[in-house]
Design a protein around this ligand. Structure first.
Ligand SMILES: NC(=O)c1ccc[n+]([C@@H]2O[C@H](COP(=O)([O-])OP(=O)(O)OC[C@H]3O[C@@H](n4cnc5c(N)ncnc54)[C@H](O)[C@@H]3O)[C@@H](O)[C@H]2O)c1
Ligand SMILES: O=C(O)C(=O)C[C@@H](O)[C@H](O)[C@H](O)COP(=O)(O)O
Ligand SMILES: [Zn+2]
Length: 348
């Protein structure tokens, strides 16, 4: 097996061929409640007859060690050996958690990613970042571990809620902002809806693969892929602590793109006109996330746990013009809070 990415109608048959190889002792399929119903039927004919299904509840709140415990318990109960393969069928929660759990079970079994949301197809399934949330912090526990393959079938998106599609689109905009000004400028005029996501998935995967190949363990340029996430993760983590204020990862990232673009302007890296273009595009797709200005400090505090930090210094990825990211830019906690106040004042 290699860690290739296959996109299109040939993806699932290729996975089927791989799962029937003699080197595979047993196949386990990890799903959540929704992908069990909506996605498994399309995959099922590629699976060996004796595959074992393992289900976790859907949602970010289940991206935890407790869900890994359920998965590890099943693998142990079934006497899964090191030649077993775990197929992660779902969005970023299933691909992150399943990849992490597979990397730890018996010090590592092979896993494959079958992403079923736009977000997981353009971003989460690619690049080998896996993990779970811990004590309210996003992806606090995790490993870098490449899957044995990524099999992307855009037809899965047919059953996806439009809100979830938009959430994935935030990561696509992020890719354009850090590395593809032409795509940003073309697509901001076209709007976000399309009948066929395949070209956008292909372009995003290629862009992410290029950056990951240069720096798989995120000691340098991979930090570009984290643009929007210093503030985005802070907002997401904060709102996850608030009952009935649900936020999706991509929605938080969209807000983070605006806040971190504003910080880029304060650092003299981006012009006010460029910031305006970014805001206009982002708010043509996403509603503004409601929070009150009294909450900005508490939200900003979460940035103190960002994985790009060194000691007490918050290192942000910023934009040096649309289409060019720059990483390791020190920013203060006060700037993070001020960027949230700026976002809060904006009229969507
Ligand atoms: N590892 C990485 O590089 C990386 C990159 C980006 C995001 N992430 C992580 O990904 C997670 C978010 O992923 P997500 O947005 O896919 O969320 P998700 O996995 O929670 O999926 C969103 C919802 O859609 C449902 N669903 C999935 N596929 C479906 C389909 N085809 N039809 C109908 N419903 C479907 C799921 O059950 C869930 O309710 C976050 O935890 C984020 O931190 C990781
Ligand atoms: O692949 C990467 O590298 C990314 O940063 C992609 C992000 O979109 C993704 O949300 C990632 O999980 C964030 O990682 P973290 O290190 O900030 O937890
Ligand atoms: Zn992300």
């Amino acid at each position: 097996m290699d860690n290739s990415v296959i996109i299109g109608p040939e993806a699932l048959p290729a996975l089927g061929e791989l799962l029937h190889r003699p080197a595979v002792s047993r196949v386990f399929v990890l799903v959540d409640g929704n992908t069990a119903r909506q996605c498994l039927p399309l995959l099922e004919k590629q699976l060996p007859a004796d595959y074992k299904l393992i289900e976790i509840p859907a949602g970010e709140e289940y991206k935890t060690l407790a869900s890994c415990d359920v998965l590890w318990g099943e693998l142990t109960e079934q006497r899964a050996d090191r030649h077993a393969v775990l197929v992660n069928l779902g969005g970023g929660v299933v691909t992150d958690l399943g990849g992490f759990a597979a990397a730890l079970y018996k010090r590592g079994i092979r896993f494959v990613q079958v992403p079923t949301t736009l977000l997981a197809q353009v971003d989460a399934s690619v690049g080998g970042k896996t993990g779970v949330d811990f004590q309210g912090y996003k992806n606090q526990l995790g490993v870098f571990q490449e899957p044995a393959g990524v099999f992307i079938e855009p037809r899965f998106l047919q059953t996806l809620d439009p809100r979830q599609v938009k959430s994935g689109y935030a990561e696509v905009i992020k890719h354009w902002l850090i590395a593809d000004a032409d795509a940003f400028n073309t697509n901001r005029r076209l709007g976000w809806l399309t009948d066929d996501w395949t070209p956008i998935i292909r372009a995003s995967v290629a862009l992410k693969q290029r950056i990951v190949a240069e720096d798989p363990l995120e000691s340098g340029p991979r930090k570009l892929l984290n643009f929007g996430h210093t503030v985005g993760h802070a907002l997401e983590s904060y709102l996850l602590t608030q009952p009935s204020r649900e936020i999706l990862h991509g929605e938080a990232v969209a807000a983070g793109l605006v806040c971190e673009s504003w910080i880029s302007v304060q650092h003299g890296l981006l012009t006010a006109e460029e910031l305006d273009k970014i805001e206009t595009f982002v708010f043509s797709v996403f509603d503004k996330i409601p929070f009150v200005s009294l909450e900005t400090e508490a939200i900003a505090e979460f940035a103190l746990q960002d994985k790009k930090n060194t000691g007490t210094t918050i290192n942000c990825t910023l934009l040096q013009g649309i289409g060019t990211g720059v990483f390791d830019q020190p920013v203060t906690l006060a700037e993070i809070a001020e960027s949230l106040r700026y976002y809060h004042r904006l009229q969507a």
